[in-house]
Design a binder for this molecule. Sequence first.
Ligand SMILES: [Zn+2]
Length: 598
Amino acid sequence: MSISTSREQIKNLVRDAADIVQVVGEHVELKRAGTRFTGRCPFHNEKTPSFSVNPQGQFYHCFGCGEHGDVFSFVMKFHHMEFPEALKMVAQKFGVDLPERQLSESEQAQLRQREQLYAANEAAAVVYQECLRHPKWGETARLYLEQRGVPAEIVDRYRLGLAPDPEQASWSCLFDRLVAKGLSPEVVEKAGLAVRKERGGHYDRFRSRVMFPISDMTGRVVAFGGRILGEGQPKYMNSPESPIFDKSRLLFGLHQHKDAIRKSRRALVVEGNFDLLLLAVHGVDNVVAPLGTALTRAHVHSLRSYADEVVLLFDADAAGLKAAMRSIPFFLAERVEGRVALLPDGHDPDSFVREQGPEALASLVEGARPLPEFAFDALVREHGLTLAGKNRIVGELKLLLAEAADPEQRGLMIAHFSEKLGVSSGYFQGGAKVAPPPAAPSSAAAPSSSGLAGLSNQEKQLIDFFILYPEYQAELREAGLAAFFRDSAAHRLVELLGRLSEAEPCQPEQLLAAAENEADRAYVVRLLTQVQPVMDEEAGHGRQLCDALIRWLRQERQRRDSADLQQQIEQAEGLGNTGLMLELMRRKQELKRKRTSS
Ligand SMILES: [Zn+2]
């Protein structure tokens, strides 16, 4: 048995054990609709659900953006995983033992490395928690947390810990403990938890810091953020990026808060980890914080699965304002409503909610201004509305507009801004760079690019029937289906199905698994989710349809043959080849006779 066959079997085994509705349902709110489930697509932003999950076929398809696939493609796309990891995750979730040797060596090595990095981070989280509870080492940190108003249940809920003071513990406190637990020094270093000394040996990267474990969307610890205790620089420090940690993608708190965000369909973005914790203390749970970076398009993209709108919550004096403006194109590109709520002077989220209560925060958030308007006002404050000021504002806005996703949004923004500035919209067009939208983290394949859309209705009906009614495949093949579609956009699909159905009828799902072309796969998935085949054999519906289609196919073939012959006759005539011409005319006559008698 070849590796690829057995691998295919394992994949099928896991797929059979898995429940795609459960896997998707963890991140998308699904409602039953007949035999399927529908919800709002996690891969593009939409108000009305066009994302469909089919539990029978164990696949999903979005009629809005065309994303589709099986449980593995969903996990890979949603969590940005490679196939082996997705396979393993789904297998574990549904209790399937996975023989590792089925993976290639490089896949095994990659998987092992990632698992060791997860193990190192998880072990570190435990050590940091222990250090925070240590009677002596943890004293200062516990006092600090208490003074900042972080109660014990929040410490537990977010698994806060302590990287102890090296004067009290040692310079390699964490490192020694992780190695004692069996982790290799290389892995601890690669996870960003320890730094190698030039003369050999390692010391801990994080020291004298309150530690925040950062989870990925599956809840595994992939990195840490550390806040210095007392004075010292830098105040905040995050783990360096690693194969399992991409800070431009992850948001602190998203894993813990995704249900609260989904419930309110709104996410608040705050600047710091403590802001997030203290809002949680006051029962505000739909909050995330970027990890020391400005908001990226990938961040907005990952919020889009849970929220319709994102409210950026800023201190009035924060440097975050410029960053907020730079994020406008990401919101436009991802079609997520972005708004800005400014805290009153002198307040941070913590002091505001502590002094004025969660209701005041809620009304501040309700009154948040749309990001483009907010940006405009900020620009007016900066440049003024003199002629020179307006020119500078137009210049800055053009840069933002150039990155806006679709022409409609861009048009709306131009109309909005030109009216506000009292200038013609032409100011925004001249010299404005009309760039394609920045690449989406998970871009949807456009199934409409398939030439299949150009087929006639009758041709489509024939192909659809060929796919959906396996019991008639042999008949259709004999009737010359493949030859008929030889020069058509559907030839690849028809030939593949012809080959697959040679020995025994081929189910649509098998065709789906074997089709390599994205557009072909999209065509089949669409067929499976949209068309309900009439399996009413008693009424003879399939039989009738098959007969009618074969009749049409024969007539159409003869018509084409006849047209071909006519063309050849004209050519022969043009060349003065009378013999050939007469022979072709005889054949055409014969064809006509057959046609009328059939
Ligand atoms: Zn979609």
